[in-house]
Design a protein around this ligand. Structure first.
Ligand code: GMT
Length: 389
C-alpha cells in the first residue's frame, strides 16, 4: 500500500506510535509518506548507521509561509494542501491521521478536493483516523470544537482508538456514531527489553538505593508531583531510594521546587529528555505513572517491556494495560498514600518484585508487540480500502 501518515511529530506518545508504525509498515513492504511540519522524533536516526536506514519511507514537510494580513498561521490549510499534493503525486491509497483535530479534519478536506478533481490520479483516497485521547481533552478545554471533532471522526473511513476506555468515552460521552476499533499501543521488543544495566545502576545508586522512575512530558495531567510526594513517604518509611525523572515539560520547574521544599532533592535525579530508555528502565525497580487521565500509557508499556513493575492510577486505559497484582498495582488517582504504600510493598518484598517483573514482561511481550499490533492496522487499512466511495 501507499500510505500517508500525519501525526504530531515531537515528543509524545502519539508521534512515537505513528512513527514506529510507519517504520514497521515500511519494513513490511509498504511505501510510507510522513506528512508533518517537522521530522518525527524517532525518525531522526535514519541514515546514521546501515541498520537504521529503512527504504520506503519518505518525508514531506508541511511548510508554513507567513503573510502580514493573516495574524495566525494557517496550519490546517497548509497541511490540507500538502496532503493533496502528496496524494496526487505519490498516488496515495490512504491517509492515516493521528488525531481527529486537526489532522483528520485536513484529511477530510483533502479527500473532498481530490474527489472533485478530474486531474487527480488518486480520486478515491481513504482516511483512517486514530484517536489518542487528545481530541477529547481539546473538546474539554474548548467545547465549541465538539461538532468539528464528531464531523472529522464520522467522515473518516475507519476509526481506531488506543484503548477500550477511549472508544467507549468517544461513543458514550460524545455521541459519536461510528464504529471504532480498539488497536492498543505497541513496542518493538528488540529495543524495549531487559538489558544488562548493572554499571548504570551502580552509577545512579552508588549506595545500593532502590530506583524509582517516571517518564513523561511533565504536563499537569501527568500529576508528577503525586509521585514526588510518594517518594517523601517512602524515604520517611526508612527505605533508601532515588527517583529518576525523565523528560521535560511545563511542570518540571514546579516538580523540582517541590523536591527541594520536601527536603528530598538529593534523592531525585531530573534527567531531561533521554534516548537510551531501555538501559535506564532496566536499571530501575518500579515505574510510577500517577496520571489524572491517560488513554493508554505508552511509557508504562515501555517500562513493562523492560521487566519493570508499574504502579499506576486507575484512570483511562491504564487498568487495561497495568493488571493489578499481576504487572504492578493500580491505585485511586490522587491517592498519594496508596501510591507510596504499593511502591513500598514492591521495594520491600523481593519475591513480589520478581513476580510482578515477570508478569509485566510477559504481558507486554505477548499482548503489545509490533508483530501482533501492526497487522491490526494493516487490517484496518484493508477495511478502509474495501469501502465503497
Ligand atoms: O500523554 C501525552 O501527553 C502525549 C499524548 C499524545 O497525544 O501524544 O499521548 C497520548 O497518546 C499516547 C499514544 O496513543 C498514549 O499512550 C497516551 O496515554 C496519551 N496521553 C493521554 O491520554 C494523556
Amino acid at each position: 500500500m501507499n500510505i500517508g501518515i500525519t501525526c504530531y511529530p515531537t515528543y509524545g506518545g502519539s508521534g512515537v506510535v505513528a512513527t514506529e508504525l510507519g517504520k514497521s509498515l515500511a519494513s513490511r513492504g509498504h511505501r510510507v509518506h510522513f506528512i508533518t511540519y517537522a521530522l518525527p522524533m524517532r525518525l531522526t536516526g535514519i541514515g546514521h548507521t546501515e541498520s537504521e536506514y529503512i527504504d520506503n519511507i519518505f518525508y514531506h514537510e508541511v511548510e508554513m509561509s507567513t503573510y502580514p494580513l493573516f495574524e495566525f498561521p494557517l496550519y490546517s490549510m497548509a497541511l490540507t494542501s500538502k496532503m493533496v499534493e502528496v496524494a496526487r503525486f505519490e498516488k496515495l491509497d490512504l491517509i492515516h491521521a493521528h488525531y481527529a483535530i486537526p489532522h483528520a479534519t485536513s484529511a477530510v478536506l483533502a479527500k473532498q478536493i481530490l474527489h472533485g478533481d478530474g486531474r487527480s490520479l488518486t480520486s478515491d483516497i481513504k482516511i483512517v483516523t486514530t484517536l489518542h485521547g487528545t481530541d477529547i481533552t481539546l473538546v474539554g478545554l474548548e467545547p465549541s470544537f465538539e461538532p468539528l471533532m464528531k464531523f472529522s471522526i464520522e467522515s473518516s473511513d475507519v476509526v481506531t482508538a488506543v484503548s477500550r476506555y477511549l472508544r467507549d468515552e468517544t461513543i458514550g460521552n460524545y455521541g459519536v456514531s461510528k464504529e471504532i476499533d480498539v488497536i492498543p499501543n505497541f513496542i518493538d521488543t528488540e529495543v524495549f527489553r531487559p538489558v544488562d544495566a548493572k554499571n548504570l545502576r551502580r552509577l545512579l545508586a552508588p549506595n545500593g538505593e532502590k530506583l524509582l522512575i517516571h517518564i513523561s512530558n511533565f504536563r499537569e495531567v501527568k500529576r508528577v508531583k503525586d509521585a514526588i510526594r510518594a517518594l517523601k513517604i517512602i524515604l520517611d518509611a526508612g527505605v533508601k531510594a532515588k527517583f529518576l525523572l525523565v523528560g521535560d515539560g511545563p511542570d518540571r520547574g514546579e516538580c523540582q521546587a517541590l523536591a527541594r521544599d520536601l527536603g528530598i532533592w538529593q534523592q531525585t535525579r531530573f534527567l531531561g529528555k533521554q534516548s537510551e530508555l531501555a538501559s535506564i528502565l532496566s536499571a530501575s525497580d518500579v515505574f510510577l505513572i500517577p496520571s489524572g487521565n491517560e488513554s493508554f500509557g505508552l511509557s508504562a508499556l515501555e517500562a513493562m517491556a523492560c521487566g519493570v513493575p508499574v504502579v499506576s492510577s486507575d484512570v483511562g486505559g491504564l487498568p487495561e494495560l497495568n493488571v493489578d497484582g499481576e504487572t504492578g498495582f493500580v491505585v485511586k488517582v490522587g491517592d498519594v498514600e496508596a501510591l507510596a504504600e504499593r511502591t513500598l510493598q514492591i521495594l520491600r518484598e523481593p519475591k513480589l518484585h520478581a513476580k510482578l517483573s515477570r508478569g509485566a514482561l510477559r504481558h507486554a511481550t505477548t499482548e503489545f508487540t509490533k508483530e501482533r499490533i501492526v497487522p491490526m492496522y494493516e487490517a484496518a487499512y484493508e477495511r478502509a480500502l474495501s469501502r465503497a466511495r
